[in-house]
Design a binder for this molecule. Sequence first.
Ligand SMILES: *[C@@H]1O[C@H](CO)[C@@H](O)[C@H](O)[C@H]1NC(C)=O
Ligand SMILES: *[C@@H]1O[C@H](CO)[C@@H](O)[C@H](O)[C@H]1NC(C)=O
Ligand SMILES: *[C@@H]1O[C@H](CO)[C@@H](O)[C@H](O)[C@H]1NC(C)=O
Ligand SMILES: *[C@@H]1O[C@H](CO)[C@@H](O)[C@H](O)[C@H]1NC(C)=O
Ligand SMILES: *[C@@H]1O[C@H](CO)[C@@H](O)[C@H](O)[C@H]1NC(C)=O
Ligand SMILES: *[C@@H]1O[C@H](CO)[C@@H](O)[C@H](O)[C@H]1NC(C)=O
Ligand SMILES: *[C@@H]1O[C@H](CO)[C@@H](O)[C@H](O)[C@H]1NC(C)=O
Ligand SMILES: *[C@@H]1O[C@H](CO)[C@@H](O)[C@H](O)[C@H]1NC(C)=O
Ligand SMILES: *[C@@H]1O[C@H](CO)[C@@H](O)[C@H](O)[C@H]1NC(C)=O
Ligand SMILES: *[C@@H]1O[C@H](CO)[C@@H](O)[C@H](O)[C@H]1NC(C)=O
Ligand SMILES: *[C@@H]1O[C@H](CO)[C@@H](O)[C@H](O)[C@H]1NC(C)=O
Ligand SMILES: *[C@@H]1O[C@H](CO)[C@@H](O)[C@H](O)[C@H]1NC(C)=O
Length: 418
Amino acid sequence: MYRYAALVLFLAFGIVFQLSHGTEVDVKDKDDKLCLYANLMVNFSVSYDAADNKTATAEFELPPKVSTVGSECGSSSSMLKLSFGEGHTWSMNFNTVDGKKYQADTITFSYNLSDTTFFPKSTSNDTLTATVKPHITDVGLDTCYSCNSKDTIEADAVNQTLWNVLIQAFVINGNKSENITSCPADVPVTTVTPTTHATSTAAPVTNATTAAPPTTTPTPTLPPPSTGKYSIKPDDNSTACLLATFGLRIGVKQADKYQEMNFDPNGTTVSGSCGVNSSELVLVSNTMTITFTFTNDTKKFRLHALNVTGKTSSGVAFSEANTNLSLWEAAVSSSYMCNKEQNYTITGLLTIFTFDLQVQPFGVKKGVFSTAEECFLDSDLSFLVPIAVGVALSFLIILVLISYLIGRRKSRTGYQSV
Ligand SMILES: *[C@@H]1O[C@H](CO)[C@@H](O)[C@H](O)[C@H]1NC(C)=O
Ligand SMILES: *[C@@H]1O[C@H](CO)[C@@H](O)[C@H](O)[C@H]1NC(C)=O
Ligand SMILES: *[C@@H]1O[C@H](CO)[C@@H](O)[C@H](O)[C@H]1NC(C)=O
Ligand SMILES: *[C@@H]1O[C@H](CO)[C@@H](O)[C@H](O)[C@H]1NC(C)=O
Ligand SMILES: *[C@@H]1O[C@H](CO)[C@@H](O)[C@H](O)[C@H]1NC(C)=O
Ligand SMILES: *[C@@H]1O[C@H](CO)[C@@H](O)[C@H](O)[C@H]1NC(C)=O
Ligand SMILES: *[C@@H]1O[C@H](CO)[C@@H](O)[C@H](O)[C@H]1NC(C)=O
Ligand SMILES: *[C@@H]1O[C@H](CO)[C@@H](O)[C@H](O)[C@H]1NC(C)=O
Ligand SMILES: *[C@@H]1O[C@H](CO)[C@@H](O)[C@H](O)[C@H]1NC(C)=O
Ligand SMILES: *[C@@H]1O[C@H](CO)[C@@H](O)[C@H](O)[C@H]1NC(C)=O
Ligand SMILES: *[C@@H]1O[C@H](CO)[C@@H](O)[C@H](O)[C@H]1NC(C)=O
Ligand SMILES: *[C@@H]1O[C@H](CO)[C@@H](O)[C@H](O)[C@H]1NC(C)=O
């Protein structure tokens, strides 16, 4: 019972937390009843003409504090109008369809270029307007429209990204509906699982037709990358001097966007060199060039430098390198192996993920891997760590206890001798 109460409390807090960020507004009708509810996040990206014939891009968010003055509720059409800053307004028009559904028809965004906090050095002082069509349709009447996925709507000079959207227009009797119409992007495509916690009082009740509760944001998961086998030969007639096998995924952050891409070994050109103290593996695919530099410090080798240059799927170029790494360390006459998925932060903007990794950059004999030194996660002994810690701790406690007892006995004999 208590556990149940705690769960409900947790859910309630979770939802309060979820609703507490973003911009949340209640629009009331003339009887002071709630008639339009919105909680959403919007990012704006606006390009404008700035001094010196330059085009600047302003990026800002819809602030949490906005005015709803000018919003209107009607029986078949309503308008949400949010004003903020120095005369900027963002409004959305809603209309009912067939008396069963409603939709948002337009978003009108007006921005005041005289506002130097958003548009520094703007050459114009006009207020411009961008009108776009949102992708909010087929929302059941008396349900909330929910969309946690990002939706970017582009216009000539303005891009708007909406996410964590929860809106209800045409609220009946001042009570926001607990039923949700989720946007298609939020509904998982693969498996439509019935929501089990829909019976909780705090969670919105969803219809069978609307699958996802608003808390699940599906992140598109990439399949595991294919494993590539790469080798370098010093010349045509010799066996390999460098061997590497791995599946690779890279994660790149660009202008607040994070993207992961699998490296495709198919069609990759392999080149590189084997040295005494330094070896190099260069992989060139259609989208990326990756250079791995390994060093040999007489006893051990390690991945010392990594340089990844390429383009994301949206075509934006990136180039990230770190020349001071100490990864994949093993004895020079052996190979390094890690079958479990591993991630490494290479730079603030670049992360790599490896799968089924085995490398040997030095001392390859007969073209095959030497004995592997496995990474910690792979080893069957990793489960011993907590046990070892426990044993060490109990040992310490016993030690303290013994020294305390000995100390007490000594001091007692000390007192007796006085
Ligand atoms: C929205 O803008 C803020 C700050 O400008 C940024 O931190 C955030 O990542 C942006 N979110 C999206 C989805 O672009
Ligand atoms: C809007 O997005 C498109 C595509 O991502 C981009 O090419 C364009 O520069 C963006 N415009 C603004 C003003 O950010
Ligand atoms: C800006 O463009 C105008 C005409 O397009 C030109 O006369 C002027 O020299 C340019 N100014 C600068 C700073 O480039
Ligand atoms: C636009 O911004 C300027 C400067 O902040 C301000 O004086 C002006 O009143 C604003 N325009 C509107 C329509 O609010
Ligand atoms: C806007 O700029 C024009 C010149 O670019 C100027 O004549 C006008 O007075 C300005 N208006 C305001 C309200 O600042
Ligand atoms: C939810 O279910 C009720 C009753 O089954 C139905 O009348 C209503 O249209 C449904 N709402 C949506 C959004 O499908
Ligand atoms: C919400 O959905 C439930 C179950 O489908 C239905 O019984 C109820 O009438 C709906 N409530 C509203 C306000 O649509
Ligand atoms: C490779 O071996 C062939 C014949 O065995 C020989 O003709 C060729 O010169 C050798 N190439 C190199 C780079 O050693
Ligand atoms: C590699 O790509 C070629 C053509 O792009 C394709 O025919 C081949 O099946 C691919 N091989 C693998 C292993 O995916
Ligand atoms: C990484 O590689 C690119 C091209 O291959 C090169 O232009 C860049 O200078 C390299 N960066 C470092 C730090 O070596
Ligand atoms: C990276 O690995 C750690 C544990 O090895 C894991 O907790 C973390 O979630 C991973 N990060 C990503 C982005 O997968
Ligand atoms: C590693 O470096 C040491 C000293 O520089 C050298 O003696 C040894 O041969 C190197 N090992 C390999 C496998 O190249």
